[in-house]
Design a protein around this ligand. Sequence first.
Ligand code: MLT
Ligand code: ZN
Length: 485
Amino acid sequence: AEAYPKVKRNSNFKVLDSADLKYFQSILSEDEIIESQSSEELASFNQDWMKKYRGQSNLILLPKSTDKVSKILKYCNDNKLAVVPQGGNTDLVGASVPVFDEIILSLRNMNKVRGFDPVSGTFKCDAGVIMRDAHQFLRDNDHIFPLDLPSRNNCQVGGVVSTNAGGLNFLRYGSLHGNVLGLEVVLPNGEIISNIDALRKDNTGYDLKQLFIGAEGTIGVITGVSIVAAAKPKALNAVFIGINNFDTVQKLFVKAKGELSEILSAFEFMDRGSIECTIEYLKGLPFPLKNQHDFYVLIETSGSNKKHDDEKLNSFLSSAIDSKLVSEGMMAKDKADYDRIWTWRKSVATACNSYGGMYKYDMSLQLKDLYSVCDAVTKRLDEAGLIGDEPKPVFKSVGYGHVGDGNIHLNIAVREFTKQIENLLEPFVYEYIASKKGSISAEHGVGFHKKGHLHYSRSDIEIRFMKDIKHHYDPNGILNPYKYI
Ligand code: MLT
Ligand code: ZN
């Protein structure tokens, strides 16, 4: 079986012509349109971050207002022109790039903060605000954006909401399904549906905004977001820990929840291979520990009183060392140490991608099973003689992720993409996850990569309802076609 779905261009979609272009030129200014066969910029919109998926769009529209998005979508719907909405294009499942010649609708030019209420913590912004800028704005106002990701310098607020990204502090601040208060969304027919002024509580019937969170732009385009920002923690700390096995990682997690309780804000893990890849990639950056271990854990605390938090963290760490849960640990002394510790975690994906490319899986499992999928895949690749020094095609197969959320990322760092590797990985990985009743996408979404695989995690009736919803909102199927739905 083919690992990745083969698809044909849908002939119901119109091929863009000069009349269409004229229309777009009549409603948009010059800096809201990019169209040229050769420009490098065009290529950057067509290709995903992993350089694994590449579309052939010749037209990028970058409207500056919700009204313009509405006009564009109405025209595309009336004329059956297919559209891919795009935020920062940092997604990992081929959801944000075209498959064929779909028009790319970039939210990049919608980048204004709309308002902030320091009393309730409600933050409102355009969809195209870069997450880093949302963090900066809120920090200046003594708050934080309730989500952080390694791609924060490029990803956009609307994009992370569209894909329901989880991130590094999910354990503390929870899901976007809880933090998003309201959305402004343009439907394929151009209608604007907005509850962006919604208050914290609103129990008047169906919560329609939830449908757009995680829909990956398949039923509407998010143009504005209202979200609850948390108060800025006055004290931040982090420790980097070496551990012998995954059982101990789980024991330490239970201990951290019990002893660090309200100040625990991240509990992340990396296996030996993740760190080996990252050491090679971050050449020269001093590693926080003296020895190599089978597992590493990064624990972050965020609270309001540095002395109190440090005392708690110190006594947690020394009792963990005394009870042999921890082989070695390093606690940040200052902000520079704290940032360095996080660099080791945040660089794993980029490191794995730097040897040629990577196959990437993002899964939810019960904690007791969380690491087993990585062992099973590594064994399978090893038995086929595919992992090791050159000329073997696989450099390493590594696991890391969010222990607190039961979410593992499995990266197979390869020197080249081959059908043999693909066929060993899929459907094996999905069947394994289904056998453990896990989810084939914990936080990265489904996109093009997992098209046709929803049934491993969703029942027939759930998939039927999803298709009904898609058809209801987007009867012509113009929004983000060829993807999971
Ligand atoms: C992360 O947790 O670092 C992100 O989900 C990206 C990745 O999978 O590496
Ligand atoms: Zn993640």
